[in-house]
Ligand binder design. Sequence first.
Ligand code: SAM
Length: 291
Amino acid sequence: MFSYRHAFHAGSHADILKHIVLIQLVSYLQEKEGALTIIDTHAGAGIYSLSDGFAAVSKEAEGGIFRLNQYFQSSDHSVFTSSISEYMQAIASENPNEEIAFYPGSPFILAKMLRPQDRLKLFELHPKEIDLLRHNVQQLPQSKQIDIYHEDSFSRLKGLVPPPSRRGLVLIDPSYEDKQDYRYLESALEEALSRFATGCYAIWYPILSRREAAALPDRLQKIATAHKRSWLQAELRVENSPGERRLQASGMFVLNPPWTLEGHLKEALPTLVKILGQNSGAEFILKNVEN
Ligand code: SAM
């Protein structure tokens, strides 16, 4: 426990998929004026330097945001779909020069999107990450709209839903460092859905051969169906190579997805496969089921 540090993975292809989906969810939910509560159950440090520390060691951004940015800078921007362009704007807002030195994690991406009526609740359990998160969030003009909890979000989520306005988005992005996370995630989701069935829930997951990981998408589909919720599943694979030395694919599972999300991803995913794909095994999956 506590060996996972998200800085190793900041700006990877998995972050790109997760954050593109996240931005589209918030944009859609903000089309209505009513206050929105966003819960980020696994926050990390908030923002990461890509030029030193863990990120510079892992170099995961090279196959992710650096590659996408290089393509973005050298191409006619009209080849980029609106969801990729909006995501690139969020990354650019932390990087005044063309070069990308900092990668905003979900807390920063979400904080920058808050309107005055919205609130953001961030959970982080790691003793070092929570200090970094608090320090980083304090620098933000939106900090007064943000609550930070140094607590286990799996057990706390049910107490925070439904939010007072009954308009809520929950991002569940565990590290899956502990294989129990798969089980805790399912029970936290079940409990949250039984209290707040109309909330929008977005779950990130790694695609790995580990038994618990391979079973998760099916289990999420079963939970969504049992609660009569529509769902969308988007997966991005950047390579198909023997061994699992590095993560080759990941997915986002969204319960109660906005009707606009499928169209955005239908456009964005083939572009991401083309730019981020490492070999002929690169591909995407997109499923949208109404219940
Ligand atoms: N959501 C972040 C982003 O997109 O930038 C990345 C989060 S990272 C994948 C997962 C984080 O969850 C780690 O920083 C880890 O310390 C934290 N964590 C692990 N178990 C937790 C729990 N039960 N409750 C809250 N945070 C937890």
